[in-house]
Design a protein around this ligand. Structure first.
Ligand code: ITT
Length: 187
């Protein structure tokens, strides 16, 4: 059984990651102490730096998850600033920003950063494409889930298990697991 420390203050993300990894025999322990977040246009360097910093600080292997929603017509905004925008604007104001926009194309992205103490960090990314709904729908999920439409229904309307089968986070974790399994085979 693998054990891994997941540095995140976001309980919803923690629960999703824990439940996905549990099905593959990996146990996840939450560390809520955070990590310094670089100001970058892409999620990869933020996750890589965060994972390396936390691994060296805690002296154990750690993972972090940096995620965001990217709106095409807003040139990828809020992207890496998704947390800030959720706190300051929230879904209703994001919908207002999009009110007159016909192109509702968007994607969610997760980058998992993984690092062992003294080593270089690795990143695993996952993307799910969808559209911004015209109103919030569904009471499931968290964050932007009620306004992100995947194949016609929002992540807020999807059952928890269904979101975890198709989400950006799931895609990133699948890549991470593939790497873990490969390493196991070699050792
Ligand atoms: P940590 O950095 O402590 O892990 P955080 O909540 O700041 O927590 P992110 O920067 O990765 O994490 O999250 C960016 C924003 O995107 C934040 O507002 C989340 O609520 C939102 N978000 C992330 N994953 C999501 C998902 O699967 N569904 C809906 N919203 C999501």
């Amino acid at each position: 059984m693998h054990k891994i420390v997941f540095v995140t203050g976001n309980q919803d993300k923690f629960v999703e990651v824990r439940d996905i990894l549990k099905t593959c025999g990996v146990e996840v322990i939450q560390d809520k102490n955070g990590y310094p977040e670089l100001q970058e246009d892409e999620l990869e360097p933020i996750a890589a730096y965060g994972a390396q910093h936390a691994a060296n600080k805690l002296n154990m292997p750690v993972m972090v998850d940096d995620s965001g929603i990217f709106l095409k017509v807003l040139n990828g905004f809020p992207g890496p600033y998704s947390r800030f925008v959720e706190n300051r604007l929230g879904n209703l104001k994001v919908l207002k920003l999009m009110e007159t926009e016909e192109d509702r194309t968007a994607y969610f992205k997760t980058v998992i950063g993984y690092c062992e103490p003294g080593k270089e960090p690795l990143v695993f990314s996952g993307v799910v494409k969808g559209k911004i709904a015209h109103e919030e729908r569904g009471i499931g999920g968290f964050g932007y889930d009620p306004i992100f439409e995947y194949q016609g229904i929002t992540f807020g309307e999807l059952r928890y298990e269904e979101k975890n089968k198709v989400s950006h986070r799931r895609m990133a974790i699948d890549k991470f697991l593939k790497w873990v399994i490969n390493i196991d085979k070699k050792t």
